[in-house]
Design a protein around this ligand. Structure first.
Ligand SMILES: [Zn+2]
Length: 328
């Protein structure tokens, strides 16, 4: 009898324990899932991957519908996707009263008004903003050229970006986006394509400029990763074709380190010219091994998971140092 009782107690303890364990692991699994969702959301927001960000923020809002931070993110995502009417409607429907929501609502309203005043349709692949008062003719021409360049790049890399690209057309040649930049940078891609619309008067300048910056935008859309700078600048120059056949700059070759850090921090034109030249020459050496840009796309898309050097080894059987030695 005593034995039977201890067996029964033993079984009960076991069952309770198993149940507790299962509850704990279910809770842990839910917690891990939630954490993974937050991590992915932050990454999508950082990389301006608005479709993914919207999907995730909506999922998080199901868990906590009154979280104002999430609500603000959703309004911001709608705004960033050029869905200005939806953004305004969302803010109005919730009666949000907070400076950040007001800002998004006013900005959306003024962008709708601007597009109407300029008699502009929404562009297929670009979400356009203006700085200053660019002429309608220049805007239309810039957008037409950009659409053509966009189609060429989709074809070359066999890749269609999921999100519209954020384009800032600005008027002043002085304006250089965020912070002071050296004068040799005319257009930049810093998450947004910033194009000085004044260049529309100079066809020989704007075509390579658009192809160059758009390539950077594609590289980011393809990878969501900061590829080494020589890879990024190299491919952008190969595509824009404006410096091809330039002679090698005088002096010693730059170091691998210098070729991997951001060039825009470079204030000396001579050093910058050198870094750009070596970047292009090194990417040309890659393409001499395999000329397919689809293979190149696979290469940069694998850098994140494999690591930069292992990806280089796997796709082209070479190291950064070897490439540099080949072109110096
Ligand atoms: Zn560049």
């Amino acid at each position: 009898m005593k034995n039977l009782i201890s067996i029964v107690i033993g079984i009960i303890v076991l069952l309770v324990g198993a149940r507790w364990y299962m509850q704990q692991s279910a809770a842990k699994e839910a917690f891990d899932k939630h954490e993974a969702l937050i991590a992915e959301t932050n990454e999508c927001l950082d990389m301006a991957e608005w479709n993914c960000a919207e999907k995730n923020v909506r999922a998080l809002l199901k868990e906590s519908p009154d979280d104002q931070n999430l609500q603000l993110h959703l309004a911001g995502i709608l705004y960033e996707q050029e869905r200005y009417e939806e953004c305004i409607a969302y803010i109005q429907s919730r009666n949000f009263t907070n400076a950040d929501f007001d800002f998004l609502k006013q900005k959306s309203e003024s962008l709708i008004r601007e597009m109407q005043e300029l008699q502009l349709e929404r562009s297929m692949h670009f979400r356009v903003e203006f700085e200053g008062r660019p002429a309608r003719k220049d805007i239309m021409e810039a957008l037409a050229v950009l659409e053509v360049a966009y189609d060429s790049l989709c074809h070359l890399f066999d890749f269609r970006p999921e999100n519209k690209m954020h384009l800032v057309l600005y008027e002043s040649s002085q304006y250089q986006g965020v912070g002071p930049r050296p004068e040799w940078v005319g257009a930049v891609f810093d998450g947004k394509l910033r194009i000085p619309v004044n260049v529309m008067a100079y066809r020989e300048i704007y075509r390579p400029m658009f192809f160059h910056e758009l390539t950077h935008a594609f590289v980011r859309a393809m990878t969501r990763y900061h590829v080494p700078l020589w890879v990024n600048e190299g491919i952008a120059q190969v595509i824009d074709a404006s410096r091809t056949e330039n002679p090698r700059p005088e002096g010693a070759a730059p170091s691998v380190g210098a070729l991997t850090t951001p060039f825009v921090n470079e204030n000396s034109t001579a050093v910058a010219v050198k870094l750009y030249w070596y970047s292009q020459a090194m990417v040309e050496r890659l393409l001499a091994r395999n000329s397919s840009l689809i293979h190149f796309r696979d290469f940069i898309q694998n850098m994140r998971a494999l690591g930069d050097e292992p990806a280089l080894q796997k796709f082209y059987g070479v190291t950064t140092q070897q490439l540099l030695d080949e072109v110096r």
